[in-house]
Ligand binder design. Structure first.
Ligand code: NAD
Ligand code: DAU
Length: 335
């Protein structure tokens, strides 16, 4: 049955990939993108896709309410957020505003308009750090223990979402995913940033000893998981999403340099990120058991496709990079 879906933050990396996937699976669904187009939001990410667009800020209560009043969405998916850890260390305030206050505005309108399903897109970072040499995995019942301001704001948002279920019986769902890679990722995150730097023969700055571990999932697999949870997830539940594809940051740097035909001498080690979590890894058994989701896009294949996409979209990358010049400078100075 056709659905009207309000997608906050749909012009960003994961939101736009989710929209492309959803339109393929459900061409008849009406998708309303609500996005303020920060440095990370870009309507070029949605070129060729059919959707309605509202240029609005989730932290603006009136703008949010107006969007619900006008479009009366049945489903809401909230991708909208400030998402970069390094930016949150340099300036945490906007993370509180967008990620926490913005989420609460969406919850309030979702409650008032009695939406059928509200899905909050969250992250493994809310669980904190698994530490070194650990065979542990984050489970849905792992206590929240965020370390950086970005993670703290996402955890606070998750707790608000849960509270609207407990208090008002708002039909909420939460997904928490590991690190994504793929087309349309802003070149401030590890993989596209390193591709961009390597292509310009610039050094690849690894934080600390470069041995921090992340679990990498192709963005299209994340999109598949989100759509499954949106349609079939049990109300009030959290679902972890992960790829069982753990790599150290040095491994990622070496893979990229080899595939791009660049020297490993480009790797440099710089002062560590503050509160740098050592390892994230997900136990994603619940979504597998309940919804039958498992990753379908192997890293070995889709990292090549991802590199190819960045090579074919140099203009897109350069335009993004221009918007991030001040940030790059601030983040890397004196390290
Ligand atoms: P992104 O930074 O690429 O995009 C964020 C989008 O939100 C942009 O389009 C931006 O314009 C929009 N936005 C920001 N502030 C807004 C506001 N106040 N009002 C309306 N729109 C606003 O982010 P992403 O990497 O696509 O992440 C999407 C979501 O997924 C986030 O909630 C993030 O926490 C979560 N997540 C990301 C990853 C990852 O690896 N990138 C992994 C797990 C979870
Ligand atoms: O785990 C999910 C999270 O993944 C999402 O919630 C965040 O929105 C997303 O940004 C990402 O956070 P990370 O901090 O893990 O991603 P980032 O790409 O910034 O960094 C990945 C790892 O690489 C991390 O250990 C820091 C390191 N790094 C990153 C950059 C940009 C470097 O060593 N050098 C760099 O220049």
């Amino acid at each position: 049955m056709s659905k009207k879906v309000l997608i906050a933050g749909g012009a960003g990396f994961i939101g736009s990939n989710f929209i492309r996937h959803t339109k393929e699976v459900h061409p008849d669904w009406e998708l309303i993108v609500f996005d303020v187009l920060t440095y990370a939001g870009n309507l070029e990410n949605l070129e060729g896709v059919e959707y309605k667009f509202i240029n609005g800020d989730i932290a603006d209560e009136k703008a949010v309410e107006q969007a619900f009043e006008t479009h009366k969405p049945e489903y809401v998916v909230n991708f909208a957020a400030e998402t970069h850890v390094d930016r949150s260390i340099l300036g945490p305030k906007v993370f509180l505003r967008t990620n926490v206050e913005g989420t609460q505005n969406l919850l309030e309108s979702a409650k008032k308009h009695k939406v059928e399903r509200y899905l909050q897109i969250s992250t493994d970072e809310v669980y904190g750090d698994l530490g070194d040499n650990s065979n542990d995995f984050f489970r849905e019942d792992t206590p929240l223990d965020p370390n950086c301001p970005y993670a703290a704001s996402k955890a606070a948002a998750d707790i608000f979402v849960r509270s609207y279920y407990e208090t008002y019986k708002l039909p909420i769902l939460i997904t928490r995913c590991t690190n994504n890679y793929g087309p349309y990722q802003f070149p401030e995150k590890l993989i596209p940033f390193f591709i961009f730097r390597a292509l310009n023969n610039e050094t690849l700055p690894l934080y600390g000893d470069g041995k921090n571990i992340r679990d990498w999932l192709f963005v299209r697999d994340h999109a598949r998981a989100i759509l499954s949870v949106l349609e079939r997830g049990a109300i009030g539940e959290v679902y972890n999403i992960g790829g069982h594809n753990e790599k150290t940051n040095i491994e990622i740097a070496e893979i990229l340099l080899e595939k791009l035909g660049k020297s490993k001498d480009l790797i440099t080690f710089i002062k560590d990120r503050k509160a740098h979590d050592r390892r994230y890894a997900m136990d994603a058994l619940k979504i597998k058991k309940e919804l039958g989701w498992t990753p379908e896009f192997p890293f070995e294949v889709w990292i090549d496709e991802t590199i190819e996409w960045y090579l074919s979209n140099k203009k897109w990358v350069e335009n993004c990079a221009k918007k991030a010049e001040d940030f790059y400078q601030q983040n890397l100075q004196n390290r």
